[in-house]
Write a protein that binds this ligand. Structure first.
Ligand SMILES: [Ca+2]
Ligand SMILES: [Ca+2]
Length: 231
């Protein structure tokens, strides 16, 4: 039987790359370079971060508008649309301040957002640029209650608190972990709170708790220079 050339044409068509031309339309991934020049916690509101963005315009046209979309549901970026002084091709913007509100300490960390830049007058735009700032407070990861900094919480930690409070000459690299009841102050109630939790079924130790390494989500004046078990 004589074969027809049609299957070969179909095969050739299937093997021909098709994606690049379509993806290029309006999806220039190099049109903007974004970096977070600073990230700070809001000491009055856990879960709120102030992020200063800076953009480099690699597009062939001036841009003056930025859109931001968080990848993680529940994260709110304010504003998610910024208008700013036009940045010419090759130029760099000034500082662009946005606020991130994360719904719980569990999502604190690297959070990605998609960025697009626009020329609000001509409508030219490009997108698909992504940035993943590290949303962390400046501070140590700790286990609350681990007062003697050995990585586990037990009666020795309550004793450490009492020794710190009532005996001279004891030092620590992390006062914050002694604040077992998270009042922001150290006193005998921290030892009592810890003992009650450990032996009498008392209320749990506040976040980050005794097992998981995490940041103290409530601001206070208890320093923590180092906490090696979570380093
Ligand atoms: Ca301990
Ligand atoms: Ca306390």
């Amino acid at each position: 039987m004589k074969s027809t050339p049609v299957p070969w044409l179909l095969l050739a068509a299937l093997l021909t790359p098709m994606g690049s031309g379509l993806e290029a339309q309006g999806q220039d991934e190099t049109c903007v370079k974004v970096r977070a020049s600073s990230i700070e916690c809001d000491p009055a509101q856990p879960g709120r971060f102030f992020v200063v963005l800076e953009i480099g315009n690699s597009a062939a046209y001036p841009v003056d508008r930025l859109f931001l979309w968080p990848e993680t549901p529940g994260i709110v970026i304010t504003p998610d649309e910024l208008l700013f002084a036009p940045v010419p091709p090759g130029g760099v913007s000034g500082d662009l301040l946005v606020t991130f509100d994360v719904p719980s300490p569990a999502v604190v960390g690297s959070q990605c957002l998609e960025v697009s830049i626009h020329n609000s007058k001509t409508g030219e735009c490009c997108s698909r640029t992504k940035i993943c700032p590290q949303l962390r407070c400046s501070g140590q990861l700790v286990r609350r209650g681990d007062s003697n900094i050995d990585g586990i919480v037990n009666i020795a930690d309550a004793i450490k608190i009492l020794n710190y409070l009532f005996l001279d000459g004891l030092s620590t690299s992390c006062l914050d972990v002694m604040d077992a009841d998270d009042t922001g102050a150290l006193n005998i109630t921290d030892a009592v709170y810890l003992l009650t939790f450990l032996f009498l079924g008392g209320r749990p130790v506040p976040p980050p708790g005794i097992r998981d390494c995490g940041l103290d989500p409530t601001p206070d004046n208890l320093p923590c220079q180092a906490y090696p078990p979570c380093a």
